[in-house]
Design a protein around this ligand. Structure first.
Ligand code: 13P
Ligand code: 13P
Ligand code: MG
Ligand code: MG
Length: 366
């Protein structure tokens, strides 16, 4: 059976700043999908990561389907209504356009979709990150799909011996999608040269070279580029098919023990380590640290199992403790140097105005 997995995610309001959506908001989104999705979707799962609400659903309508995207958009509007009634902070934060047109891409919410013929057993992972940007997945996916130090299957499994093709988007170009296709292992130096720059180059998808099948779909939305100003960070979602011709679940998880530094954290303007957290984790220290959650599922004829929480294990407690130390370490240097993002990436208009004012006060000396 050919099915589509769609995940659509938005920040539509949260309790106490950018912490977590309310239960009433989540219930509203859930009930909206339940009532209005009956004839469109096969199954669905609602979750939150920090202040972002994600609608994961299965259906047979393909990628970028107008009706599926409209269903999610309207569910986010219904949730925003509840957010307003409860006085939540940032109600409707990610809904940047007035009217729905065609599909939800470029309207604010993040989207990732995979369409495939179901294998007899079909496991996949759903990642959601908060207080960071789409490039946060660059390093983990690079390591899981091209480095035998992190993915044993690249050397051990004949089903993966040809490597993977990465589709990498230049997120700075906003006229239309600008994408390059590069294959590992032959082109890993080129892949690394681009993925180094998380702000600009973002992995959009990854394909198996053994079968041609798609393994990864990630959101590439940069809100800043849509709104022309800071309206919140671009908190990305991702779907990953695992096992068989793709890396095993544990090989996809292995790079998350690094807690690599990403852009985001307080006011979307700082550098912090990415912490793998349990499902439905809230946000705290310095509006962070940047977090990523992961839910594993199997799907059969579009019906989802319950989620297995991939970061809910004693091993990750140890990792989280180490990452907390990294977060506190970099925060100790406040605004200085690498702790804050470079000028071009600073999400706040305020500092731009301040620096322009100061520039006029500089005097030339002979
Ligand atoms: P306020 O200026 O509304 O407090 O916003 C700060 C903030 O949290 C932006 O993300
Ligand atoms: P979100 O993008 O998650 O709303 O965070 C915004 C922010 O500025 C946090 O300080
Ligand atoms: Mg928010
Ligand atoms: Mg968020």
């Amino acid at each position: 059976m050919k099915i589509t997995l769609s995940v659509l995610k938005a920040d539509i309001g949260s309790i106490g700043g950018h912490i977590t959506p309310s239960q009433a908001l989540l219930n509203k989104v859930n009930n909206f999908i339940k009532e209005n999705g009956k004839d469109l979707i096969i199954d669905y799962f609602i979750s939150h990561t920090g202040d972002d609400v994600a609608i994961l659903c299965t259906h047979e309508r393909g990628k970028l389907d107008e009706k599926i995207h409209k269903l999610a958009w309207e569910a986010f509007l219904a949730g925003t209504d509840t957010a307003k009634k409860q006085g939540l902070y940032g109600a409707g934060q990610d809904l940047l356009k007035e009217a729905f047109s065609g599909n939800i891409k470029g309207m604010g919410p993040a989207v990732a979709e995979l369409e495939f013929d179901e294998r007899p057993n079909e496991p996949f992972l759903f990642f959601a990150a908060d207080k960071t940007e789409p490039g946060a997945y660059n390093l983990p996916f690079y390591l899981s799909f091209s480095d035998p130090m992190y993915c044993a299957g690249l050397t051990l499994s004949p089903k993966m011996n040809k490597g993977f093709t990465f589709h990498i988007m230049d997120a700075e170009y906003t006229e239309k999608d600008k994408v390059i296709e590069l294959s590992s292992p032959e082109e890993i130096y080129d892949i690394a040269a681009l993925l180094r720059d998380n702000e600009r180059y973002v992995i959009e998808s990854i394909y198996s070279r053994n079968t041609g099948n798609q393994a990864v779909a990630s959101s590439t939305t940069r809100l800043h580029n849509i709104a022309g100003k800071y309206t919140g960070k671009d908190d990305p979602v991702s779907l990953v098919r695992v096992q068989g011709e793709f890396p095993a679940t544990g090989e996809v998880l292995s790079p998350y023990q690094i807690g690599h530094f990403v852009a985001g954290f307080m006011r979307g303007s700082h550098t912090g380590p990415l912490m793998p957290c349990k499902q439905n984790t809230t946000i705290s220290y310095f509006d962070g640290p940047p977090v990523v959650t992961g839910a594993a599922f199997c799907v059969r004829e579009g019906k989802l199992t319950e989620p297995a929480d991939v970061f809910d294990h004693p091993f990750w407690d140890h990792v989280r403790n180490k990452i907390s130390e990294k977060a506190a370490d970099i925060r100790r240097q406040g605004f200085s140097g690498a702790a804050m993002l470079p000028y071009k990436e600073l999400e706040y208009g305020g500092i731009v105005e301040r620096l322009e004012k100061l520039d006029k006060k500089f005097k030339f000396r002979d």
